[in-house]
Design a protein around this ligand. Structure first.
Ligand code: DGL
Length: 281
């Protein structure tokens, strides 16, 4: 009986990112699914993840997932492409069966790839991402798997965009140079792309500048609403998990860096007052 109770425990939906980027996903998830309780964790002290090795991203992500589980989360969203690219599969296949086979960890790459088929018209798809995400070729492989070679993908690493966002320089004049540098580099790979995936959850925070330097006919694909719709669909198809997601309409924010700084940055990004708590990982 005790076990039954434990297996049906409910908790907040965990949302994890290396830093502030996942807030762009949480924001859209909360608009789509306001009824649940959310626990956000930003590993700001160790961001950016995008330039780190596979093993390090996997270790950091697993620590974060275990921490969110320890706080009662039954479902964790990796609101981070780098973590989704480098850690999700191992966590799902190797770690969850031993930690707790009833809990779930979901990522952001697959929902985005599912959607891109409806968006592209000529099949030439650009992807902006961190070096880790682009070098993993996760998007290319997932698109190939889902659409069987009908589309061409062009990945562009943008190693300086996350540091610009994390250091609050995304709107500053210095950002223009690095936005133009990577948008030009993508267009040089293929001038004929018709859509580009912002394959890093930090990039919506620099999207106004990205738009400025991309030709107007190109669809810029942000992930927030896509991931939110996909989560809503997942919960509809999985009532056994839906009933383990606690209701309450609240969000709690945790960071591995300074809580005051996180709170003021998150307040700027979410346009609502945010108070954060520091936790060690
Ligand atoms: N927001 C993350 C992503 O979607 C990570 C960026 C980073 O820490 O480099 O890839």
């Amino acid at each position: 009986m005790a076990n039954d109770t434990a297996s049906y425990a409910a908790g907040p939906i965990g949302v994890f990112d290396s830093g502030y980027g996942g807030l762009t996903i949480l924001d859209k998830i909360r608009r789509r699914l306001p009824q649940y309780e959310y626990l956000y964790l930003g590993d700001n002290a160790r961001a950016p993840y995008g330039v780190r090795s596979f093993d390090v991203v996997y270790d950091f992500t697993l620590q974060a997932v275990k921490y969110l589980f320890s706080r009662g989360c039954q479902l964790v969203i990796l609101a981070c492409n780098t973590a989704s690219a480098k850690a999700l599969r191992s966590i799902q296949q190797n770690d969850l069966p031993t930690i707790d086979p009833t809990r779930r960890v979901l990522g952001v790459i697959r929902p985005t790839v599912e959607k891109i088929g409806e968006i592209t018209r000529n099949g030439n798809i650009g992807i902006f991402g961190t070096p880790g995400t682009i070098q993993s070729r996760s998007y290319d492989m997932e698109i190939e798997k889902m659409y069987g070679g009908r589309f061409k993908t062009f990945g562009q690493e943008c190693p300086l965009w996350v540091p610009l966002v994390e250091s609050q320089e995304a709107d500053g004049p210095g950002a223009d140079y690095f936005v133009k540098k990577y948008t030009d580099a993508l267009l040089a790979q293929c001038p004929d792309i018709d859509s580009v995936i912002l394959g890093c959850t930090h990039y919506p925070l620099i999207a106004p500048k990205i738009r400025q330097y991309m030709p107007p006919g190109i669809t810029i694909v942000e992930q927030g609403a896509i991931v939110a719709d996909s989560l809503a669909d997942y919960l509809r198809r999985h009532p056994e998990m839906e009933c383990r997601c606690r209701r309450g309409g609240t969000a709690t924010y945790l960071t591995t860096e300074n809580a005051t700084r996180f709170g003021s940055m998150a307040t700027l990004f979410l346009h609502t007052p945010v108070t954060a708590t520091h936790i060690p990982l």
